[in-house]
Design a protein around this ligand. Structure first.
Ligand code: PLP
Length: 456
């Protein structure tokens, strides 16, 4: 490993970090952390800290750090065949095997996998495929995509437009046209606190219906949603939400894109969030958990209905004009094969469900009666603690106070990483699936200390 006393200076002088306050970083006011190694649920940095990673990187290192099975598979693939492209019918043993393994695990009705590099490019692919599909069907006006406020679908041009969080659009001239946003299924944040969950779902459905009526169903191609909202606040949907939305989409011939970048391959305690919540998607976005981030790889799983039309399109127009140099990169594919095998061998999907329930229970025990804890929620290993100024009215703290960030920092000083979610004072937990019960207790206990330090 590189040891260099100048590393910190080089970092501030040369490295453009994503999602970072660039000026504060350059001035030295924002801490830098150089990660050196990791194992299980812990990472280590160059200052000698060993930290419990309660967010699995960016909720992606699902099998945990330091798995030799995946490292060995990557090394073997790099030695044997580091690269060949996938254009015009080319493949490798790893990419072909992985496509079969994915479809064996996917919800019913899925036909093929297109491989990309990350979640953003996979969603860009999905939007292109949706437009292509409607052009081939002779519906050139049917192109708009509906997303939800607080949805996160990436930070590309189109995917940053679909993302319903201001921070990813401000000053970038986004959103582009053809994108519409509808209500977030965020029951905790309903306006009328007396409203039942069923009535809240009915309201989400009614507001989607209104949007479709206003724009015209003949202009709307697809609806994109994460099974459980991720970056927008880690919010599982209210009961019955997805079947009710699905019914509206079916009635208006609107495709469903399930963005399973976070939920795919086990995070909710089910292989896919679509199965968990009764969605019937036409396209599924996968990334993070596909390789547990040991190598960059994403995918768009295409359903039977769309696939038939894509084939028809190439009969009419020639080869599909869509591909990346690194589509189905053999090293990513080898990591994916080893990762999915490991998930099966260690039964990590059901483990995620069990440990997730334990973690949620531990968070409730530690913080359930704190005056500023408004909500403790989660499904599987996707959990959140939402802080409020007043528990009865659920009022927000003044964002300028940065309460979520302060609690996050207080927790970090105790050796535990959470994620202060970008909108609201929400602490997110999405650890590796191999989290032990004692590590879950450590997260909950130290979070309680951090909350008390900041809020009393
Ligand atoms: N979709 C969802 C649901 C995500 O959470 C993310 C990233 O967090 C993305 C898409 C974008 O993935 P990437 O950052 O790999 O481009």
């Amino acid at each position: 490993m590189l040891k260099n006393t100048q590393l910190e200076d080089w970092d501030r002088e040369n490295f453009f970090h994503p999602s970072t306050h660039l000026a504060e970083f350059a001035r030295g006011n924002l801490a830098q952390r150089v990660i050196t190694t990791a194992s299980g649920c812990h990472i280590e940095d160059s200052a000698g800290n060993r930290l419990l990673d309660g967010f699995a990187g960016l909720y992606c290192v699902n099998v945990g750090y330091g798995r030799p099975e995946i490292a060995d598979a990557i090394a073997a693939q790099a030695r044997e065949l580091a690269y060949y492209h996938a254009y015009v019918g080319h493949g490798t043993e790893a990419s072909i095997t992985l496509s079969k393994m994915i479809l064996d695990r996917a919800p019913e009705g899925m036909s093929k996998v297109y491989f990309g590099l990350g979640g953003s490019d996979a969603n860009e692919t999905n939007v292109k495929l949706v437009w292509y599909y409607n052009n081939i069907r002779g519906l050139p006006e049917k192109k708009k995509i509906i997303s939800r406020w607080r949805g996160y679908h990436g930070s590309g041009l189109m995917t940053g437009s679909l993302t319903g969080l201001e921070a990813f659009q401000k000053k970038f001239d986004l959103p582009l046209d053809r994108v519409l946003h509808t209500d977030a299924p965020y029951y905790f944040r309903r306006k009328d606190l007396d409203q039942s969950e069923a009535d809240f779902v009915a309201q989400c459905v009614a507001s989607l219906e209104e949007l479709i009526a206003r724009e015209g169903a003949d202009t709307i191609a697809a609806f994109i949603g994460e099974p459980a909202l991720g970056t927008g606040g880690l919010v599982p949907p209210p009961a019955g939400y997805w079947p009710a939305i699905q019914e509206v989409l079916d009635r208006h011939d609107i495709l469903l894109i399930a963005d399973e970048v976070v939920t795919g391959f086990g995070r909710l305690g089910s292989m896919f969030g679509s199965d968990h919540y009764g969605m019937r998607p036409d396209l599924i976005t996968i990334a993070k958990g596909l390789t547990s981030a040991y190598a960059p790889l994403s995918g768009s799983i295409v359903g039977d209905k769309m696939w038939k039309v894509l084939e028809q399109g190439t009969d009419e127009n020639g080869p599909i004009g869509h591909g990346w140099t690194y589509s189905a990169h053999p090293i990513g594919a080898a990591a994916g094969v080893a990762n999915l095998k490991l998930i099966d061998e260690l039964d990590l999907v059901s483990t995620a469900g069990k440990v997730g329930a334990y973690l949620k229970g531990a968070l409730n025990d530690a913080l359930g009666d704190h005056a500023n804890v408004g909500d403790i929620r989660g499904e599987g290993l996707l959990c959140a603690v939402e802080l409020v100024e007043d528990r009865d009215s659920r009022s927000f703290f003044d964002p300028k106070k940065g309460v979520g960030a302060a609690v996050n920092a207080a927790l970090l000083s105790r050796g535990v990483i959470s994620r202060a979610m970008p909108q609201g004072d929400i602490l997110g937990f999405a650890p590796p699936f191999c989290l032990s019960e004692s590590e879950a207790d450590e997260i909950a206990g130290k979070l309680a200390e951090a909350v008390r330090e900041v809020l009393g």
